[in-house]
Design a protein. Sequence first.
Length: 263
Amino acid sequence: MLLPEKIRRLIGEEPYRTDDIGMSGSAVLIFENQVLKVQEDSEEAQNEYRMLQYLQGKLPVPNLYAYEIYGGKSYLLMSRSVGQMACAPAYMEEPVLLCRLLAGGLKKLWHTDISDCPSNQRLSYKLARAKYNIEHGLVDLDNVEPDTFGEGGFQNPEALLAWLYENKPLEEPVLSHGDFCLPNLFGIQGEVTGYIDLGRSGIADKWCDIAICYRSLSHNYSGKYSRKNRVCSDYDELLLFRELGIEPDWEKIRYYILLDELF
């Protein structure tokens, strides 16, 4: 891989492994104490850098070492998060502990001051980005829920977008991660130690993260990503909401899961 000179100097000849967890489409190189994320230069990549800068000292996010744009790609060098991913076996085998970690991660976001947050991820922005994705053929129809399109679902992404515009919910703005799925949160013994993949983070409705988190839990415990996680007698879909101390708003959860189909 051809790297910018500054990045090469910082990583030297240090050995690394590649990370294939998640679905970001980025190349992620894991060093002993550093992570290099390489992806196409885009608005989302630039927002990740901007939000990492903003969140230093506010939340447990990676320390920034370097950010370069080179040959149409962005190169983000940062520290490794400590702890285990929320999808690690130690958490998956303890659903109560896992949901406590996830709820704690959400609450930390919600309690963060957003008065000077540099990123707007409210519905006005998200729907415009969804429209852009449709118009530029960026919607991955091979990676959607089985009932989103076709019989019993929407005819096509354009029909889904029209429904999303017509059914916009009232927003409860907070600091949102934007892709709050299990591989993007780290913890130690149920305490949050790291948030990663912050390209979609910014001010948004709190139910956006709840919906993505709920879907991630459902997928992981259904065995979609690992058959080892299929059976777990202690998990039920209300665990997350009990830890959050709120009642599930199923309409909003469905709305934001459907919106995410266009990203």
